[in-house]
Design a protein around this ligand. Structure first.
Ligand code: B12
Length: 484
């Protein structure tokens, strides 16, 4: 039985480049997947340690010490597509320090590409597809002796070829999970922080109370949890919130669920309970317009809901119809106004550069967005991820430079037919400029002086980095490779 297990969240690029990464500086969230695995494994009698290189880019010495002193039997790595190659370097380096260590990778990239993900990367011994708790615990308990009899596992046959045993037949009941082992994250909660102006108070944390999303948008990779929606009960959520508050002093929580309000009843119960208990906690969540109504919004506001993010993606109806199920821009506009009437801050999530995008569709998006009472936006550069429905025929829809470390929504790696990179970059800057020039947006940021003083403090402290970033338009130490 593998007693000591080291879990690592790779940074995705060089540690020296982290100082230029404004996205990272303004938004560091706990790796909830690894914290959840650690809590589950500890409950089964293992001893786990977590090193989060995303939060602490200079963690190389710490990892070396753990590998040399504790000699963990397993190294678990959690990787998205953009951090995958860094995870592979980490596996190679760990094996050079301790040849007997077995390396296991989980997360969205291996879940999307399955056996193919490990072909050509012999330093990664195993991959875990989908929900990781049970598969990893079985593997650690000695399952690697007969990997072909396990579920959810990518293993290597005698020739070293990766093979996938198929997805697990049953999934976990989420209320049976222990709370993620936040205490194993060095510096938690103060080492973690939500984006500037996205929270009223510190310390804050993100938290997940459901798994899966029943919608099938063309650009979304749902390979880990699939199309079902499992969720924690309201009672479990309240216990989780209490735990974060009482043990760690957390004052604001960002629920990172794909569809927080999909089950209205549990959110209603959760909100009523929060009001009754007066825990003094505020929270944010993301939702879809059709799962919000006035009564629920009022209740959520009274229970401490501070900000809601809604996926808008595009304000062009024809483009949206190609990529989202049941797109309804009128309904969306009505719900955005409803959120504002309820007194909740509103953040719009948008995307630029989807297949079918044109200069005219981007103009229509701006016209739509800038007539609505939106307080904040997040405009992502569309990125085709393995596992997203669009990925299969993406090359017919434009040019795609599939450079994994750059698949981070901060680079236009895909250029839709009929457009150029320069055009996209120009419109991207124009979009943000128009946003920041809106009087209501500026007034909103100004009001953060008293509504989120910590945000302003952070803003001034990192002002130099913002200016350097703005003048070089550089992020991630582009072209600087991975962290090892
Ligand atoms: C919160 C979140 C973030 C946060 C924090 C990420 C973090 N620190 O972990 C922030 C905002 C920083 C972020 C950033 C990015 N994210 Co993000 N994010 C999410 C989100 C919404 C929730 C992740 C989560 O906590 N899930 C809950 C936990 C319990 O699940 P989990 O992490 O997947 O872990 C489970 C399994 O994957 C597996 N597992 C995971 N790791 C391991 C390791 C081992 C050893 C094993 C055995 C198993 C295992 O077991 C876990 C427990 O069951 C997901 C969407 C989603 N619903 O999952 C997107 C998602 C993971 N993000 C995505 C992307 C694209 C990004 C960015 C590249 C771009 C961006 N700006 O959004 C960056 C990249 C950051 C990086 N360094 O990798 C994509 C990944 C797609 C892909 N193929 O790469 C997702 C899937 C969204 C989507 N549908 O497109 N993200």
């Amino acid at each position: 039985m593998a007693k000591h297990i080291l879990l690592v969240h790779p940074l995705g690029y060089t540690a020296s480049a982290a100082v230029h990464d404004v996205a990272r500086m303004t938004n560091i969230m706990p790796p909830i997947g690894l914290a959840s695995l650690a809590a589950w494994l500890d409950q089964k009698g293992f001893e786990t340690m977590i090193v989060d290189c995303y939060a602490k880019p200079d963690s190389k010495n710490r990892i070396r010490q753990i590998i040399q002193n504790q000699r963990p039997v397993l190294l678990g790595l959690s990787c998205t597509t953009s951090s995958f190659l860094d995870g592979v370097s980490m596996a190679e380096w760990a094996k050079s320090l301790l040849p007997s260590i077995k390396t296991v990778m989980g997360g969205p990239h291996v879940s999307a590409l399955k056996a193919e993900a490990l072909r050509g990367y012999p330093a990664v011994d195993f991959g875990v597809v989908g929900e990781g708790e049970e598969t990893f615990a079985e593997l650690a308990a000695g399952g690697w002796e007969q990997p072909e009899s396990m579920q959810g596992l990518i293993w290597r046959d005698a020739e070293g070829n990766p093979q996938f045993t198929g997805r697990r037949k049953t999934l976990l009941e989420l209320d049976s999970l222990p709370f993620p082992a936040y205490e194993k994250l060095d510096g938690y909660p103060s080492a973690y922080t939500l984006p500037i102006f996205n929270y009223p108070r510190a310390p804050n944390s993100s938290c997940v109370s459901s798994r899966g999303c029943p919608y099938a948008c063309s650009y979304c990779d749902r390979s880990v949890f699939g199309a079902t929606f499992r969720f924690n009960s309201a009672d479990y959520m309240i216990a989780h919130v209490r735990h974060l508050k009482e043990r760690f002093g957390v004052r604001h929580i960002n629920f990172y669920d794909d569809q927080f309000t999909f089950n209205r009843q549990r959110v209603e119960k959760f909100a009523r309970e929060l009001i009754k208990l007066r825990l003094g906690i505020t929270y944010n969540c993301a939702a879809r317009a059709e799962h919000l109504d006035q009564e629920l919004l009022r209740l959520m506001k009274a229970s401490g809901c501070w900000m809601i993010s809604l996926g808008i993606e595009s304000g062009d109806p024809a483009l949206l119809a190609q990529h989202r199920q049941r797109p309804d821009l009128d309904l969306l506009a009505e719900r955005i106004r409803m959120i504002k009437r309820a007194g909740i801050r509103m953040k719009g999530l948008l995307m630029m550069g989807l297949p079918g995008e044109t200069e005219a569709s981007i103009q229509r998006s701006m016209d739509y967005v800038f007539t609505l009472p939106i307080d904040d936006i997040n405009l992502a550069k569309f990125t085709p991820f393995p596992g997203a429905p669009l990925y299969t025929n993406i090359r017919e829809l434009g040019t795609f430079d599939e450079d994994w470390p750059k698949l981070d929504c901060m680079h236009f790696q895909f250029i839709p037919n009929g457009m150029t990179r320069e055009q996209l970059e120009r419109l991207f800057t124009a979009f943000y400029k128009r946003h920041f020039m809106r009087p209501r947006v500026l007034a909103g940021y100004a009001s953060m002086i008293w509504r989120s003083p910590d945000s302003w403090k952070r803003f001034w402290l990192s002002c130099g980095s913002f200016l350097r970033f703005a003048s070089s338009n550089r992020r991630l130490g582009q072209d600087e490779g991975c962290s090892l």
